[in-house]
Design a protein around this ligand. Structure first.
Ligand SMILES: N[C@@H](CCC(=O)N[C@@H](CS)C(=O)NCC(=O)O)C(=O)O
Length: 243
């Protein structure tokens, strides 16, 4: 460990899953250094990273205060950090049922939100042939999952126990990306179709740790949209983030 900080976080710039982790690390004031892998160039499938996460996906962390303990899968990472380092109980709950509600949302995120939203992006941007029925299936899934969130958030400001927590951190990034580019202009208006989800997303952006981490991602998006040179933007973003 040359950077001297407690955690090394392996992440990437555009993909949503890595951003959950700095939300929590910032909220708990835990020091970390981010290594932004260039997943467009397959850095996440190279032996060096496969030694950290054999699944070849980000995020992964190394906890240098726990014998360089390695952990991957974003929701598992959130649980580990809260369990071990949330000494003031900011993201813990006194009602044991709430602890299970957190698990419910984390499992739902990993199995019922991320994979569907990811497939929508895949069929829209990466699949070698256009398969409109596949794209429609996953767009419909985005609508359905958004409906699940809408029902929950129409009853409470936050997903669990009436306070901002790791369930919100887990569900936010994909939700924030869901309407950007996955639908044709004007096809999915979150404010109209899911007003409580829309308001929750605004509340999320008002949380200092989310604002700080997410604005970094926005910087990168801006750099990429200002010019077509993705590789250059990635390199200058990665350098900027280490400064
Ligand atoms: N369930 C995993 C999903 C991780 C995931 O799909 N990460 C994406 C980036 S957001 C990735 O590494 N994609 C690269 C690839 O699949 O090659 C988690 O939450 O950690």
């Amino acid at each position: 460990m040359s950077h001297g900080k407690q955690f090394t976080l392996y992440s990437c710039t555009l993909g949503p899953n890595g951003w959950k982790i700095p939300f929590l690390l910032e909220a708990l004031g835990l020091p970390y250094e981010t290594v932004y892998l260039n997943i467009m160039q397959g850095e996440n499938k190279e032996p060096a990273f496969l030694g950290i996460n054999p699944n070849g996906r980000i995020p992964a962390i190394v906890d240098h205060h726990n014998n360089d303990f390695i952990l991957w899968e974003s929701c598992a990472i959130l649980l580990y950090i809260v369990d071990r380092y949330d000494t003031e109980g900011k993201f813990k709950y006194s009602d044991p049922n709430d602890q299970y509600r957190v698990l419910q949302w984390l499992f739902f995120q990993a199995s019922g939100q991320g994979p569907y939203y990811g497939q929508a992006v895949h069929f829209l941007m990466m699949h070698p042939v256009k398969v409109p029925t596949a794209l429609k299936r996953y767009q419909d899934e985005i609508r359905r999952v958004t409906g699940v969130l809408e029902t929950a958030l129409s009853k409470s400001q936050w997903l669990v126990g009436d306070k901002f927590g790791i369930a919100d951190m887990a569900m936010f990034p994909w939700q924030a990306l869901a309407t950007r580019g996955v639908f044709a202009e004007g096809d999915f208006d979150m404010a109209k179709e899911a007003p409580h989800v829309h308001d929750w997303m605004q509340r999320m952006l008002e949380q200092q740790p989310v604002k700080k981490a997410w604005s970094k991602r926005e910087e990168f998006v801006k750099a990429v949209s200002n010019g077509p040179d993705w590789q250059k933007a990635h390199e200058s973003f990665a350098a900027l983030s280490k400064a």
